[in-house]
Design a protein around this ligand. Structure first.
Ligand code: DOR
Ligand code: ZN
Length: 510
């Protein structure tokens, strides 16, 4: 590496040389030149412009930084589980340069004021860039437009109960929320579980004296996920809302996902490494209760179809649902819990997801270009960031991960940078590690240690394609507007027959 004084007539800030660049479609030897935080040249090896700093990537794979669209960094309100400094350090060490934080904090991110308060916490402490979700709840439908204007990356709808106990909106409120979101064009991430069913079953299981780890799965059996997915997609098709199914855990959902996609619903789907690698059967082993999460980790038979979904197009991306809790909340200091119902749901993941997926590449399950698509390109496209993130292209932010595909590590809870020192992968060996993570040209992690300066991370706003709302003449806004067209007048007739003729309706013209 040259220092600025010794570099020959540097014209750019940094060059990464002698690495193998990995895109969604290709792998090739090349150099990357970076200036003022952006990629300014991609050249054959040795042909990059002179640079103040040269990073030798011999033997390394060079990937765009990963985007994790699903983390819980817990503040405000639950800083004993995580905060932006520890969470973003875990992300950077794991090769993740952008995270989207979920709104089930305390308070929840339900108003522009809540959003501003959370953004201030993140801006002060984060070493990676971030998007912030707004809550789509029954009590804050009147805040959706303002949250969008204030720059949320998208919205989060909890159809199933989970950490935070946020009330699940009624179907009426969800439909109204989707009507509003369809006009805005922002994507709504959905926790697709049916809350009335899971509560009903959980109560019955508890009454029957079930406290074992499998009882959690029994409460949230497959139909809990399949029903909520289909309800969400039905309402999305009707309204034209863009939706994203978070943490898809269930092989039985996959044919439904393919069907909704084939109908043209703007539906993206994430799964998590834990659904690929872990099984409910393992939750019965000593210490296996730490696997408790929502939706549950299912029987091992779900794994192969979900792996297949990563390459057949049913599943678009890998996220983590990084959901740290304290050791006591997870009862992780015991071999078995007093009752599975008392074990907090979720565990850390942002630091281990790329190593686990690189291990899958070494095992021949995926190609490295698949990893780039699943962990960088697809998340950027789905959430309106592909103008700056998710690819090694000219003009993009220089968010770059250098990977050593041969490096090995044993995953251990006490090595995690997250405040949640609980691992679902304790003792598992991974092969393939991020060894250097760069955010907009700045090195934020190296050789397993965070080196970024807290406060480096920026709040990202999405640039989505034009909204494509449907059935606009039946939205609650349209039918309750005081200036709505009168029943039977020429404009009403024109709208009415346009709707019945085409099935779908274009946006109402004023
Ligand atoms: O297990 C989970 N934990 N699932 C979720 O949906 C939320 C998460 C959390 O916030 O702890
Ligand atoms: Zn989550």
């Amino acid at each position: 590496m040259h220092s600025p004084e010794t570099a020959p007539q540097s014209v750019v800030d940094t060059v990464i040389t002698n690495g193998t660049l990995v895109t969604e479609t290709a792998m090739f030897a090349g150099d990357i030149a970076i200036h003022e935080g952006r990629i300014v040249a991609i050249s054959s090896p040795g042909f990059a412009p002179p640079a103040a700093r040269v990073i030798d990537a011999t033997g390394r794979m060079v990937l765009p930084g990963c985007i994790d669209v699903h983390v819980h960094f817990r503040v405000p309100g639950m800083g004993h589980k995580e905060d932006w400094q520890t969470g973003s350090q875990a992300a950077a060490v794991g090769g993740v340069t952008t995270v989207f934080d979920m709104p089930n904090t305390s308070p929840a991110t339900a108003t522009p004021e809540d959003l501003a308060a959370k953004a201030a916490l993140a801006e002060a402490a984060s070493i990676v860039d971030f998007g912030l979700y707004g809550l789509l709840g029954e009590q804050n439908l009147d805040q959706i437009d303002a949250l969008a204007a204030a720059g949320v990356i998208g919205f989060k709808l909890f159809l199933g109960n989970t950490t935070g106990d946020l009330p699940c909106p009624s179907d009426g409120a969800v439909l109204e929320g989707f009507e509003i979101l369809a006009e805005l064009g922002l994507r709504c991430s959905i926790h697709a579980e049916n809350s009335p069913i899971l509560f009903w079953r959980q109560k019955a299981l508890q009454a029957a004296g079930r406290t074992d780890a499998m009882a959690h799965l029994a409460a949230r059996t497959d139909i809990v996920a399949v029903e909520a997915l289909n309800r969400a997609a039905t309402l999305a098709e009707w309204t034209g809302a863009r939706i994203h199914i978070v943490h898809e855990s269930c092989a039985r959902s996959l044919p439904h996902i393919r069907w909704w996609k084939s109908r043209g619903v703007d539906l993206t789907v994430e799964t998590l490494p834990q659904y690929l690698y872990l099984s409910a059967e393992e939750s019965l082993l000593p210490g296996g209760h730490v696997l408790r999460m929502n939706p549950p980790i299912r029987e091992a038979a779900h794994q192969a179809p979900i792996w297949a979904g990563l390459t057949d197009g049913s599943i678009d991306m890998i996220a983590t649902d990084h959901a740290p809790h304290s050791i006591a909340e997870k009862q992780a200091d015991r071999l078995a819990p007093d009752s599975i119902w008392n074990v907090a749901c979720g565990f850390p993941g942002v630091e281990t997801s790329l190593p686990l997926m690189l291990t899958a590449v070494n095992d021949g399950r995926l190609g490295l270009p698949d990893v780039v698509r699943l962990m960088a390109g697809a998340p950027a496209r789905a959430f309106g960031l592909s103008h700056c993130k998710g690819s090694l292209t000219l003009g993009a932010d220089a968010d770059i991960v250098l990977v050593d595909m041969k490096a090995r590590a044993i995953l251990r809870a006490d090595k995690l940078h997250s405040r949640g020192k609980v691992s679902a992968y304790e003792g598992r060996e991974v092969t393939g590690l991020p060894v250097l993570t760069m955010l907009r040209g700045m090195v934020v992690a190296q050789d397993g240690a965070p080196v970024g300066v807290p406060g480096t991370g920026r709040h990202l706003r999405p640039i989505m394609p034009s909204p494509a709302p449907r059935n606009c003449d039946t939205t609650l806004r349209a039918v309750t507007a005081t200036d709505r067209p009168a029943f039977g007048d020429p404009f009403w007739l024109q709208q009415h027959f346009a709707t019945t003729r085409t099935g779908f309706h274009r946006p109402a013209t004023p």
